[in-house]
Design a protein around this ligand. Sequence first.
Ligand SMILES: Cc1cc2nc3c(=O)[nH]c(=O)nc-3n(C[C@H](O)[C@H](O)[C@H](O)COP(=O)(O)O)c2cc1C
Length: 360
Amino acid sequence: MSFSALLDSLPIPIIQAPMVGASFDAMTVAVSEAGGMGTFAAATLAPDEIGPAIEAIRARTAAPFGVNLLMAPPASPTPAEVDAALARLAPWYADLGIEVPEHPNRFSQDLGAQIEALIRAAPTVASFTFSILTRAQVAAFHAAGSYVVGTANTVGEAKAWAEVGADGICAQGFEAGGHHAYFLADIEASSVGTMALVATVLEAVDVPVIAAGGIMDGRGVAAALALGAGAVQMGSAFLLADEATNGNTWQKALREAPDDATRLTRAFSGRYARGLENRFLREMAAAQNEVPAYPVQNRLTQAMRAAADKAGDPEMMSLWAGQAVTMARPGAAGEMVRLWWAQAQQTAQALALRTGAVRR
Ligand SMILES: Cc1cc2nc3c(=O)[nH]c(=O)nc-3n(C[C@H](O)[C@H](O)[C@H](O)COP(=O)(O)O)c2cc1C
């Protein structure tokens, strides 16, 4: 079966975005069982945890699901670089009443070993963000029976993924919550809205395109399908779901978010990501280009973010969310997916009337 046939076979062409820190296995299972496709966020798992986690999901659903890895580059900062970064964070740790962390031994999981574990586990779909696989790695996934989806912020990145043999492109627009996928150009050159990105990527590659960024309900789903997307990938729309794992403080901040509340920031992780504006984001804005690149800064702020969460203080947490997050609603993830699909069908009917494709 081609990847396009797999997407066509989904009862509901809605993919739940992998969300480190906000989604885990329960959401993946709920969305796949409802007829969409869940994606398990595996980036923070140790290589030997990946296979068992996938087996556990398989035991709970026979429907297809995806597994996602964030492709963190190897990091070996000098002790002086780590000291400087920690010194910048010291007042924030002091505010929380905790010690600045020790120099970590490791800044992220071993990506090569994670990829090998994922090939062995052979999920239906393996998706990747922040960099690109080699042609040989893509071939190894194919030999194992997995489809490969590469995330792109630009047409150039989509072409690069198609070139190494990816089966589909997740076109992530500038609206998107969380980290942005850019890996060929800087953030400014990689900031393309979902509508422009999906249309131009479709012109450039021959594989199915999954639209991501700013899609919050059935109208957005219908709009993306009208553009020619094979499916949509939604993240922020699930942030208040029963199965979401982002916790009370983050969810309260989302429910109370004012209009136009999100910003792109590099301050939390060393890589641009979109989240609700808060004190850390504002006060670190001037220094954000000086912090060490992902994953180093991400690791160094980890204890701060966790302590702030524990203290119920949203001002030092990375409250990742997309531009349309005020449209997020609570509920069971499976019911949300079914509701959005019903809305998309109503939208399509209204459009068919409006365009004269069908007569009243
Ligand atoms: C809290 C959060 C965590 C995310 N974590 C990941 C991740 O682990 N891997 C990934 O590929 N994308 C991740 N993303 C990005 C999503 O895959 C997707 O591109 C984005 O949510 C789409 O935009 P939307 O939030 O407007 O729906 C994350 C997004 C959010 C909001």
